[in-house]
Design a protein around this ligand. Structure first.
Ligand code: HEM
Ligand code: SF4
Length: 559
């Protein structure tokens, strides 16, 4: 039975954590399982164990990182997972250990409060903020203040939220693009008069249906009004989004129902009201470039600048990004990263939305040492040879909604020759239509589910082409294939692109220029009956009997 989520919220989301410790999880009702999400706990595909999501907000002190590693060793099989929203997850935590783990996480000064379910999810903040050349100023203190302001309204707030709200802060080009897939985004800007503040974008979201890019609601929110603007959006969501149908509860559905203009008006009116409340003052932050860019670039590290070693505003210092394949680390490597943060960084590990780890304030003379230390661990910098932009959801075997084993596929695709030839090609794989890996904004996206090929229903993938936030395009489904043909269709797609592209053109540019049909025609020429063009005609549904089964086995229709 699926949980009655609105009913559970009306009842105040009660769940007895002490009983979980004493008896394990078999007695939990579906509603109580939902309530556990408010504590950062998500049921896994396996009975009796939970995923624990920690709200780190994109940065961890090295001591806290070591603390998390210890907890992961003791209770989570020594596995640390970095998420695309810059948070950290532990998996396979036994029901009876949950309260101990939550207590230990709290003692590290961290929280799992409201990290799952219909809540304010992890608030993102650009890891470059305050030091990167493109970031106008440090948005982290404002992100943190808004997070704390909204969290102070929980747990009551969580009983009223119709659906989740994703919040992001940042002002670099990538953050500006990413702003459009969040419900609430603050894009850092500085006015010609030198005032610091944000453009405010709202109502963006991907999800399994009706992907929608957000729209700019306010041209300039001064830093002092960020809390008023953020709280106003939560108020509008609570007041007007669909509480009784969580499947239609995201803000984007409110925009569909009432129109962008009306939602915009509701937000601005509420903002006028919240501005009248008392809010704490923003903290002082570091401001723009102190040296000329030429002076900064003049002192390059050994090996030069690249996406793994990027210049800071002050000559002689670098931001160094470590490529963490699929965001997965063992605790030994996590501890090594913490030690590196102490030796060459600023005693913090930062997290990127590409599920990588980053050090700030590294002297350029130290970069070769970082490379050697990482190489000994089998890791490299973001621009190292093994770096591939493959983003994969946690999926099977841990996610209870998984239809296809996305991580296994991701691990295969990382070594794909087409990716080796084309650095920067973005491939995203979600194990079901829920889009945790955001397949709709990739050059090539895969979403797992039931597909029908040549009349046979089987588990496989819908293949999405041409997503590009910078160009403001969401991908379209080019066709569907069985799990065993994913690698082959990736070769075919990249082959067509390599044949058609003009110099420097991204795959999405080529799709935009020729249309998806050109790709379909070429794929059909290679695939003969092993694929179908276009999206699966009927909705892809989760069939219990198929959960995390081997997707290569064709499904018997009607069984
Ligand atoms: C393991 C258990 C997980 C479950 C059950 C789960 C479930 C879901 C569901 C149901 C949605 C769709 C929401 C909607 O349609 O409104 C979603 C979206 C999403 N999830 Fe997950 N998820 C899980 C793990 C993760 C992880 C580990 C990450 C990050 C690495 C993640 C990142 C996202 C993102 C970025 C979206 C898209 C949000 C948007 O743009 O609207 N999820 N997830
Ligand atoms: S995309 Fe689907 S399978 Fe993957 S983590 Fe999200 S809900 Fe689970």
């Amino acid at each position: 039975m699926p949980p009655d989520i609105p009913g559970a919220k009306r009842a105040g989301l009660p769940v007895d954590l002490d009983r979980l410790t004493a008896e394990g999880d078999e007695w939990l009702s579906p509603e109580e399982r939902y309530a556990l999400k408010m504590h950062g706990l998500c049921a896994q595909a396996q009975p009796g164990v939970f995923m624990v999501r920690v709200r780190v907000g994109g940065v961890l002190e090295s001591d806290a990182a070591r603390g998390l590693a210890r907890i992961a060793d003791d209770y989570a099989g020594g596995w640390i997972h970095l998420t695309t929203r810059q948070q950290v997850q532990l998996h396979h935590v036994h029901a009876r250990d949950v309260t101990t783990v939550l207590g230990q996480i709290r003692r590290l000064g961290l929280t799992t409060r409201s990290t799952c379910g219909h809540t304010m999810r992890g608030v993102m903040s650009c890891p470059d903020a305050g030091i990167g050349l493109e970031e106008p100023f440090d948005c982290y203190p404002d992100a943190r203040m808004l997070q704390d302001s909204i969290l102070s309204r929980t747990p009551g707030l969580d009983t009223k939220m119709p659906q989740r709200i994703n919040v992001a802060f940042g002002g670099c080009a990538a953050c500006r693009d990413h702003a459009r897939v969040n419900d609430l985004s603050f894009v850092s800007v500085v006015t010609p008069e030198g005032e610091l503040g944000y453009e405010c974008w709202i109502a963006g979201s991907l999800g399994k249906s009706t992907s929608m890019l957000g729209f700019k609601a306010i041209d300039f929110v001064p830093r002092a009004e960020v809390l008023a603007a953020g709280n106003a959006l939560f108020n509008v969501h609570i007041e007007h989004s669909d509480f009784d149908q969580p499947g239609k509860g995201r803000l984007k559905f409110l925009v569909r129902r009432r129109g962008q203009e009306e939602v915009h008006r509701l937000f601005l009116e509420e903002f006028e009201r919240t501005k009248l409340q008392d809010w704490p003052d923003p903290q002082p932050v570091s401001t723009p470039l102190s040296s000329s860019i030429a002076a900064v670039l003049a002192r390059a590290p050994e090996g030069g600048w690249g996406s793994g070693v990027r210049p800071q505003r002050v000559p002689g210092w670098a931001m160094v990004t470590v490529n963490i394949p699929l965001g997965d680390l063992d605790t030994e490597d996590f501890r090594e990263l913490a030690s590196l943060a102490d030796t060459v960084g600023d005693e913090h590990i930062y997290f990127t939305r590409n599920q990588n780890a980053m050090f700030r304030h590294v002297r350029i003379e130290e970069v070769p040492f970082v490379r050697t230390t990482l190489a000994a661990l089998g890791l490299g910098l973001e621009d190292a040879d093994q770096a591939r932009d493959v983003r994969v959801c946690t999926g099977g075997p841990v996610c209870s909604l998984a239809l296809t084993p996305a991580p296994r596929l991701g691990a295969e695709l990382i070594h794909h020759a087409a990716l080796a030839r084309n650095a920067g090609l973005r491939v995203h794989v979600s194990g079901c239509p829920n889009s945790c890996a955001q397949h709709q904004i990739a050059d090539v996206g895969f979403s797992g589910g039931r597909v029908t090929i040549a009349g046979t229903a089987m588990l496989g993938y819908q293949v999405w082409l041409g997503g590009d936030l910078r160009a403001g395009t969401i991908a379209e489904v080019v066709g569907r294939v069985s799990d065993s043909d994913v690698s082959a269709i990736l070769s075919a797609i990249v082959g067509v692109w390599e044949a058609l592209r003009e110099r420097r053109e991204t795959l999405s540019d080529t799709v935009a220029r020729y249309g998806i049909e050109a790709f379909q025609a070429q794929i059909a020429a290679v695939f003969h009956g092993r694929w179908e063009p276009g999206p699966e005609p009927e909705p892809i549904v989760a069939l219990d009997s198929l959960l995390v089964s081997d997707s290569r086995v064709p499904m018997v229709v009607g069984a």
